[in-house]
Ligand binder design. Structure first.
Ligand code: GRF
Length: 202
């Protein structure tokens, strides 16, 4: 599979950093072709620039609607010959134009053990529900929010004295470990989709 990544961010970019670090230390054989942000103030943009990675800011307000915005993203990705799109804290729903342009070629990281606690504030949801175990999930993106075949998951305990912040920090360590690993697995191409399941072969 084409090993050129397009990473989409909206904020801090610590998962982007984990991908950059994994590539630098030869744990991940890939190139980040471009980092796209919907916000010009995303801290992750600085991380990309520091790593010498091209950045593009696409402001949704400058587009007629969601489809037009998604088409603009596709244009940027195609122009850089991106093979795999990695959502890394990208706070927008992914629409048809992007899904159709990269079928089974978009990954997302979510801070819970899906299908528990989809959507925003997954760590807060886990605490509020009182689960003893939560974690992180890397999955292929489909039209449904935080759905799609699961590539990797990692579990972390919820401790009695956890706050949203301490729990989120514990989950983040696992996010940074499994996201580059999952990208490597997908890029290696030895997998198939069977219903909801992501199955590695060979
Ligand atoms: C992470 O918790 C990720 O799981 C979620 O958004 C957060 C992004 O953090 N989708 P960062 O921008 O990668 O630091």
């Amino acid at each position: 599979m084409n090993r050129r990544l397009g990473v989409l961010i909206s904020g801090r970019g610590s998962n982007l950093q984990a991908i950059i670090d994994a590539i630098r230390s030869d744990r991940l054989d890939a190139t980040i072709a471009v980092v796209i942000s919907n916000r010009s103030d995303a801290a992750g943009l600085t991380r990309a620039r520091d790593a010498g990675v091209e950045t593009v800011v696409l402001n949704p307000r400058e587009y007629a609607g969601r489809d037009a915005y998604d088409r603009a993203i596709v244009e940027v990705l195609r122009a850089r010959e991106v093979g795999l799109v990695c959502l890394a804290g990208f706070m927008r729903l992914i629409g048809r134009p992007l899904l159709d342009a990269f079928p089974a070629r978009i990954l997302n990281i979510h801070p819970s053990l899906l299908p528990s606690f989809r959507g925003l504030d997954a760590q807060r949801q886990a605490l509020a529900h009182g689960v003893r175990t939560t974690g992180a999930t890397v999955h292929l993106v489909t039209a449904d929010l935080d759905d799609g075949p699961i590539v990797l998951q990692a579990a972390v305990p919820v401790l009695d004295d956890d706050t949203v912040e301490t729990l989120a920090a514990r989950i983040l360590v696992e996010e940074h470990r499994i996201y580059p690993e999952a990208i490597g697995i997908v890029l290696d191409g030895k997998w198939k989709i069977d219903g909801r399941r992501f199955i590695t072969i060979g």
